[in-house]
Design a protein around this ligand. Structure first.
Ligand code: G1P
Length: 290
């Protein structure tokens, strides 16, 4: 398998779970501590040596592309004010990766979003990262998948165990564990009812795929929620040519879930040595008054 240089990041969703905060701001631009959600996702891709980011956007999301571009006016202001550290920070974001984008003109589902990027991906294997799934700790999550995809010469998806009461929020796989944490996928189903879930292994928004997935996506009919589901195309592909799944190590935050979003804010703020002590004191006092 060729090296993975491109990632598709679908960001065209409405972000209804995060309303009213996301009425006029893309959910991917909500800050977690001092960076927007999407920057964490792109940083993970960059750490896995991915160079080209393809955003699948809509008409209200151009601010996401702007975030990864230069802002010469702001840079001028920071330069004149002698704020060299801030200047370096904002420039570094513009220099992280190459940015491309394609419009998803109708929100017809995750599978449809991936299909929109077909012409930008062409013949190469590529990654897909869901724009509001944050993964942390150790080796970049997408890097873990790339490693297995290269070794097995097969598409690979990231999974994590979730409690049975949450299986209906995810794509769930049935897999045979061939070595610790590595599964051969037998089948998968999008957002099953608890009683129909084949396991507790949930797909977590990280995929390494080959371009033949586009042919499967072309053929799938609307599935769960009337949407073109990536999971349905993956299921067909897994049956035909095989697929692996990797149990991701590290932590995951779903930025569209308020409890997880707020926890992620505290988690990252606590990593900042300058803020840590003061934040812990404030939180301790606050908890005492609850
Ligand atoms: C999508 C996928 C689902 C996966 C989830 C991970 O669902 O369709 O299989 O488990 O991302 O976040 P969504 O959250 O977009 O409904």
């Amino acid at each position: 398998m060729k090296n993975i240089r491109k990632v598709i990041i679908p960001v065209a969703g409405w972000g209804t779970r995060s309303l009213p905060a996301t009425k006029n701001i893309p959910k991917e631009m909500l800050p977690i501590y001092n960076k927007p959600v999407i920057q964490y996702v792109v940083e993970e891709a960059q750490r896995a040596k991915i160079e080209d980011v393809i955003f699948v956007t809509n008409r209200d999301k151009s601010v996401i592309e702007d975030h990864f571009d230069y802002n010469l006016q702001l840079e001028g202001v920071l330069e004149r004010a002698g704020k060299t550290e801030k200047l370096a920070q904002v420039r570094a974001v513009a220099e992280m990766v190459n940015i491309m984008s394609v419009r998803q003109k109708k929100q017809l589902g995750l599978g449809h979003a991936v299909l929109c990027a077909r012409e930008l991906v062409r013949e190469d294997p590529f990654a897909v990262m869901v724009g509001d799934d944050l993964m942390f700790g150790g080796v970049p999550a997408i890097g873990q998948l790339i490693e297995v995809a290269m070794a097995e010469k097969m598409p690979v998806i990231g999974v994590m165990e979730v409690p049975f009461e949450k299986v209906s929020r995810y794509g769930i796989i049935d897999g045979l564990e061939v070595s610790p944490g590595i599964f051969r996928v037998r089948s998968m189903v999008e957002k099953p009812k608890r009683e129909h879930a084949p396991s507790r292994l949930a797909i977590v928004g990280r995929y390494v795929l080959t371009p033949d997935i586009f042919d499967y996506l072309d053929k799938v009919t609307p599935g769960h929620g009337g949407e073109i589901q990536l999971t349905d195309a993956l299921q067909a592909m897994a049956q035909k040519s095989g697929m692996m799944a990797v149990r991701m190590s590290g932590m995951r935050f779903d930025a569209g879930d308020w409890a997880e979003f707020l926890t992620a804010n505290i988690y990252f703020a606590l990593q900042d040595e300058d803020l840590r002590y003061e934040l812990l004191e404030l939180l301790k006092n606050f908890v005492q008054f609850q």
